[in-house]
Design a protein around this ligand. Structure first.
Ligand code: GLU
Length: 298
């Protein structure tokens, strides 16, 4: 197996410290495996995409010394592939149209919650739209053991999620006619031959859905590793929405050393004690520390 990893930023603003941590972890894992590192711009969510942000992210990665081994892929150019995967699922009878509004789902969940059941989509439109117009398309999740997805996360250990009770039938095509992240990411990772996914822990909850979709589409399942996310003083995931500032491109080594510390990497005993003067020095030390932490032989 030859290793292929990736970093898949959403262009909703400039790269910030939280996304740098994910980029660095995926980059170090690829380097430690002598593998390829790819970049995919996840610009499928048109309402959240900020013009110019993708170019800005790519320029920052370059400035920080993380160079993709292949041309970046843009999700917005890959619509036909999502459509094709969707048609495959439709032909297999695995998807159905859903007419529920957010409010209707929230109301029925509230009702379900008071009966002490779970917060999964209750399957209202499974057997028909009840006269409502179709809004979104959902993937049918089985009611048996096939809905229980277990995987070994390389950082966090064994994970299990019961899709039927914890998630329910999930959206593949949204009411605003956009392909859902879950479908796009599975199709893109498979087409790019990704063998290892390294990303933030906030996406852990999506992984079981993605593994289930891979099974439905007959695609291989990559290995997963979810790194701890960076939080602000309120304990919220650092994001462009809650005020994360852009990285200072004049001081890449400072930000990279801080990102390495966040990943618990021991660079010569203490990342802050040794000031790396070149990006190459930093990456060599960080790759060795990553390999040791992940117990990889390099
Ligand atoms: N585009 C997603 C994000 O920026 C990452 C998706 C992934 O790594 O699977 O949060």
């Amino acid at each position: 197996m030859s290793y292929r990893g990736r970093f898949a930023p959403s262009p909703t603003g400039p790269l910030h410290f939280g996304s740098l941590v994910s980029a660095l972890a995926s980059w170090l894992d690829a380097r430690a495996h002598h593998g390829a590192w790819l970049v995919r711009i996840e610009d499928m969510d048109a309402p959240r995409t900020v013009p110019g942000a993708a170019q800005d992210i790519l320029a920052t990665l370059e400035r920080f010394g993380m160079r993709a081994d292949e041309q970046p892929v843009w999700q917005s150019t890959r619509i036909a592939h999502y459509q094709q995967a969707f048609e495959q699922l439709k032909a297999a009878g695995l998807v159905y149209p859903c007419g529920c509004t957010r409010k209707e789902i929230a109301d029925s969940l509230l009702h379900a919650h008071t009966r002490n059941t779970t917060l999964a989509y209750p399957g209202t439109c499974r057997n028909g739209l009840h006269g409502k117009p179709a809004r979104a398309w959902r993937l049918r999740v089985p009611d048996d053991d096939a809905a229980v997805i277990a995987f070994e996360d390389r950082w966090q250990g064994k994970q299990t999620q019961n899709l039927a009770t914890e998630v329910g039938d999930f959206v593949l095509r949204r009411a605003d006619d956009q392909w859902a992240y879950q479908l796009a990411v599975v199709v893109d990772d498979a087409d790019a031959g990704i063998t290892h996914i390294v990303r933030g822990e906030d996406l852990m909850d999506s992984t079981a859905r993605q593994i289930y979709l891979q099974r439905c589409l007959g695609l291989p399942t990559p290995r997963y590793l979810h790194v701890p996310v960076v939080t602000n003083q309120y304990g919220e995931k650092l994001s462009k929405q809650n005020g994360a500032s852009a990285l200072d491109c004049d001081k890449p080594l400072e930000a990279l050393s801080a990102a390495a510390r966040h990943l618990g990497l021991d660079l010569d005993g203490d990342a802050s004690a040794k000031a790396y003067t070149t990006l190459d020095d930093f990456y060599n030390a960080a790759t060795a520390a990553w390999s040791e932490r992940m117990r990889l032989a390099i």
